[in-house]
Design a protein around this ligand. Structure first.
Ligand SMILES: [Zn+2]
Length: 127
């Protein structure tokens, strides 16, 4: 088993948002982003196809854009993706927050669309 790919950011809050955006893109592949402070570990141990750095890099770039995280640079160092990110501006915080799916029945929230639909079904079983 190879080492898991890690994405290191500087701002802890950005890591949470990046993980949510990464989850949307990687969940279908069975890769789970795990947040450890300002580090996002891409856990592909449940995936049949191991994720390579080569594949992860453009996905991280896309996710940063989707999450609206400002950054100066993305570098790869010792098998780790390092993002030189910046605090996002004071204004527009609500707009830049990751999209959250809220269950209208019980208030369950998740940033993952797939998880949301799976959750929603439990309310309709037996009806
Ligand atoms: Zn619910």
């Amino acid at each position: 088993m190879g080492k898991l790919i890690q994405v290191r950011l500087r701002v802890e809050r950005n890591a949470v948002r990046l993980a949510a955006a990464l989850g949307e893109l990687l969940a279908p592949r069975g890769v789970m982003p795990v947040i450890k402070r300002s580090l996002v570990v891409l856990d592909d141990s449940g995936s049949e196809l191991r994720l390579t750095l080569h594949e992860a890099l453009p996905i991280v770039r896309t996710s940063l854009q989707r999450a609206g995280i400002p950054y100066k640079l993305i570098t790869v160092k010792d098998g780790e993706i390092e993002v030189i990110d910046e605090e996002s501006g004071e204004g527009g915080e609500a707009e830049k927050a990751p999209k959250l799916y809220v269950c209208p029945h019980c208030g369950f929230t998740t940033p993952y669309e797939e998880e949301y639909w799976v959750h929603l079904k439990i309310h309709y079983l037996g009806f």
